[in-house]
Design a binder for this molecule. Sequence first.
Ligand code: TNX
Length: 513
Amino acid sequence: MRILLLLMILMSISTSYANTVDKLAEMPIIPKPFSVVSGNGSFKLSDKSEICLPTYNIEVSKIGAFLREKLRPATGFMLPIVESADKNGKNNIYLVLSHTNSVLGDEGYQLTIGPSRIEISANKPAGLFNGVQTLRQLFSAKIEASTHQVDSWVIPAGVIRDFPEYSYRGFMLDVARHFFSVSDVKHYIDLASMYKLNVFHIHLSDDQGWRIEIKKWPELTATGGKSQVGGGSAGFYTQEQYRDIVSYAAIRNITVIPEIDLPGHTNAMLASYAQLNCDNKAKKLYTGTEVGFSTLCTSKESTYSFIEDVLKEISAMTPGGYFHIGGDESHVTKLEDYIPFVNRMQGIVAKLGKHVIGWDEIALSDLKPNSFVQYWGKAENAVLGVQKGAKVIMSPAMYAYLDMKYDSLTTFGLNWAGYLDVQKSYDWIPESIVPGIKRENILGVEAPIWTESISTMKNIEYMAFPRIIGIAEVGWCSSSRRTWSEYKLRLAKQGDRLKVLGVNYYPSKQIAW
Ligand code: TNX
């Protein structure tokens, strides 16, 4: 009789647990993992849990520290990081480099959740990081709180195997039209990394402002750093701050790609140094929003050595393998000047040991092998790039530009590429939108946000979220495994998480938040 009673109590405890935790395969993870198999039981994080690094290396230890810091505020647990396999430990989280699973590639991971342990294994630290980001999404939304929360911190057992479709999953921030502080930039990087985006393209120069300290040419920031759209106090990053952003991103598996937009979009440079102008007269600083009116003087040899100095200093601070040279909307550069200019830029960047990325117009030049074309506006340029042997980064403005208004009621943003609602920004297939650009021609996807009309991080959040989450999934999950009707249910569940994080997301009516 007593045994029966005990059994009944035990059963009621276990079913109440089962009620509070979904099956692993039902968890609304974004981006959608490659495979999820539910197991039996659940894992409970406690103040006795440890983060164990049996295959210690410095990068793995940074990931362990990242995980600990993300779990700490809400749980109140200061999980010890143990640089070995703690065999006796229970309810520990193991981060294991294994180098044995070729399917997982450089960024994939296996996340195994059992009742008494969690193991994330991967070939590379990047995979462990991605596994950690998935793990965060398995806890209740409260895990993202910055203050202590009451919760059981239980997650369902099972196995997730996951790896990305595209190796390049980017997001771009225009810090030139409006300047954003280092802490704003870090905040945006941190949010984007939750959805496994892995490239941060930072648009550092434009007509309205120059944002990166160049030691050899200090007027670029002393003059060009002072303006932005609408006037007001602008700014720039010191080299130290830029390096800080690069390493902050690196811990989050994000490569920084700097862009210096050339030869157009250069008014801030032309205002800083008179010699960059063909008539040797410095331009006035510009605070409007027109595009396409400026050009460097391409016929002067000194222009090229100046640019080389600039690209050299930035490259030296940038460990990633790419340099973005812009190249868009150079409407006042004659084509016969534009083509040799872009050709020479490719030579300079190659000498600095980087690959060139440029907006789709650079396809008009003689593309070097390993130059990349970023499709934004003209499909025929992108196709030309492919014909010349380049791979393409897909940022079609009508699907991926986060500065496009959601609809006619959005109070900032632009609409030259049309309105971009949440469904439209998700429901496109990179490999089938441009005839002539196939899967094998595509390096990946990128979601840019231009800031002519956006001046605060809260408004960046409003435009980016939730669309950036969808584009992250477009890059991660092959098109055959995703549908809008299923995605929108998972996205609805991200709402609580975004709320807890304090993200000012757009509460689109297309989503049942
Ligand atoms: C086009 S996209 C531009 C930018 C603008 C943007 C606004 C591209 C390569 N050039 O200069 O900021 O549209 O949406």
